[in-house]
Structure formats: C-alpha cells, structure tokens
Ligand binder design. Structure first.
Ligand SMILES: [Mg+2]
Length: 123
C-alpha cells in the first residue's frame, strides 16, 4: 500500500505529470492558473473548518467524514503545488530544506522558546 513512508516526492510528481499529459492539460497549466487553483483548493480546505469551534485533535481525527474531506482537499492543494513545481522545474525537496534552514535562522528555537511561540508585531 502506498504511504508517505514508501513514496518519493518525484514519484508523485511523475504521476501528476502523466495525469496532466494524458489529458493534454499542459496548455492550461500555466503557473499562474495553477497558483489560483491551489488557492481555491486552500479555500475549500478552510471551508471545512469555517464557523466551527476548534476541536481537539483526537475528536477531529475520530470524525471520519470530516477527515475524509480534509484528506481530499489537502490532496488537491498538494497536487497543485506539485504541478507548479513540475511546470517550473523546481526541486521541491531542495526548496523545502532551503526554506526550513532560512526559517531556523529567522526563528531560532532558543529565542522562540524564551519569547513565546510567535513574535509580536510592533507597529
Ligand atoms: Mg477540492
């Protein structure tokens, strides 16, 4: 069974590339259109939580109907992200590690733990 533990990012990117090519959708998949579509899928993910009290994670995970909707919308979001990386030949693994390293510098753990989770903005 396919899972995160046994699937590489490039395999998913190849599957998405193949799906798009089989349908000749490359002509529609300009990065701008993909980013817009990704944003719409993020809105669909947010809609699941709209106007609801925050549930503790255990309750949320036990709500199978809601979890299935979350799974589907999250997959839509990630598939568009992978499509953008395909179209622009972005190595996502490199990009994620690079960004994570930048975030480590921007938010050093010692400072975050000392000053709180989020730095308060001063206007
Ligand atoms: Mg969707």
């Amino acid at each position: 069974m396919i899972s995160d533990k046994n699937t590489c990012l490039h395999e998913l990117k190849d599957k998405i590339k193949e799906f798009v090519k089989e349908r000749e959708w490359e002509r529609y998949h300009h990065p701008k259109e993909l980013a817009i579509s990704m944003s719409i899928e993020i809105a669909e993910l947010l809609e699941i939580f709209q106007w609801e009290e925050k549930e503790c994670l255990g309750l949320l995970e036990n709500n199978q109907q809601k979890m299935e909707r979350i799974r589907e919308e999250l997959a839509d979001v990630i598939m568009y992200a992978l499509s953008i990386s395909n179209q622009l030949n972005i190595d996502l693994s490199q990009a994620i590690i690079k960004k994570l390293e930048a975030n480590k510098i921007k938010y050093p753990s010692e400072k975050v733990l000392k000053e709180g989770l989020y730095k308060k903005k001063t206007y």
